[in-house]
Design a protein around this ligand. Structure first.
Ligand SMILES: [Zn+2]
Length: 339
């Protein structure tokens, strides 16, 4: 009775109170976020849910090492509404340095790979053998210029293509343990930008990390079922070094770390010889590369073409349109081809 009277007497006040209490969270616009490439975009969307609007500069099936920036991209990054720019780092998307200077971006740049155990390319000379003269040339240019201070940054701006310089392997996301580090960095950055939704971001990150851990176990199991001498594959460019280290696979990549180098005839015949000698069972295509070379290698060696791997970009359709889906797809395609 008493409560009813109260509600009857003061519904307007109660409603107003509810509205005031809930307004700040419900009416707030999502955070505008830009990512350099599609895998990061998926991770940020998964952690940020409907509290973020994410635009990826390199789209699904695009080449994340290089990018043709459009005026629309620059406008998006220059917009005062865009608060966060997520990059991979490790040389993959150093083209964003150029974008930052031309757009006058005022927000925060987050390097998603911060904290991963970086895979060094100390076998850089081996990549040169496999036809990667570009990185070598860049390295010399680099030394000649003698920048002070922000050496790395100043250097990257001189190049239209974000070639990796042969020092670090940027493809850290191919190890699900690293994926978890990316997600923690993303959740922290979103929470700092939008403290009111910290619980949401942290909760989503926790769920996501659990899924990554479960999948990591499945990948290990699937790989351990393959006889050790058959755990060898050929990919186009060297995007699976972290995957190989984490899950016990040997990967040969005729293009080395870059996606722009064209391998020499000598490099190709060296790979063909290696495939025959080591009886490598399968050659894989990649969604981000022209795959003619793989067809040629398969013909010359008798290795089978094992299917399509997603390395540096998600797919536009199908299973590999998410990071977890991509990892699931890749392990299935690899194990089916070499088992
Ligand atoms: Zn790559």
């Amino acid at each position: 009775m008493k409560l009813q009277a109260y509600l009857k007497g003061a519904p307007a006040i109660v409603l107003a109170g509810l509205l005031v209490g809930s307004l700040p969270v419900q009416a707030k616009a999502p955070i505008e976020v830009v990512t350099s490439f599609s895998i990061l975009a998926d991770m940020v969307k998964t952690v940020g849910a409907d509290q973020v609007n994410v635009v990826s500069l390199v789209p699904a099936d695009g080449n994340s090492h290089e990018v043709e920036l459009t005026p629309r991209d620059i406008k998006k990054v220059a917009s005062p509404d865009t608060r966060l720019l997520f990059v991979n780092g490790l040389g993959l998307d150093s083209w964003t340095d150029r974008l930052l200077s031309s757009s006058g971006f005022k927000g925060t740049v987050i390097v998603a790979s911060d904290g991963v155990k970086v895979r060094k390319l100390d076998e850089a000379s081996a990549h040169d053998e496999h036809g990667h003269p570009v990185a070598d040339k860049d390295a010399h240019d680099h030394a000649d210029h003698g920048h002070e201070g922000h050496e790395e940054q100043a250097h990257e701006e001189e190049h239209d293509h974000g070639h990796n310089h042969g020092e670090f392997d940027p493809h850290a996301w191919q190890d699900l343990a690293n994926g978890q580090i990316y997600v923690r960095n993303i959740a922290r950055a979103l929470s700092q930008a939008d403290p009111a939704n910290t619980a949401l971001y942290e909760g989503n990150a926790r769920d996501y990390i659990q899924q990554m851990q479960a999948l990591d176990g499945q990948v290990r199991k699937a790989m351990s079922d393959i006889p050790a001498q058959r755990r060898k594959i050929v990919t186009t460019h060297d995007a699976f070094g972290y995957f190989a280290d984490a899950y016990g696979l040997e990967v040969i990549a005729p293009l080395g770390i870059s996606t722009s180098a064209e391998p020499s005839a000598k490099a190709i015949s060296a790979v063909v010889r290696q495939i025959k000698e080591q009886q490598i069972p399968a050659v894989f295509l990649e969604n981000v590369k022209n795959n003619k070379l793989q067809d040629q290698i398969a013909r010359e060696t008798g290795a089978k073409v094992g299917g399509m791997l997603y390395s540096d970009a998600l797919a536009t359709t199908g299973e590999a349109t998410s990071y977890l889906g991509m990892m699931r797809h890749n392990i299935r395609v690899i194990t089916e081809a070499i088992k």
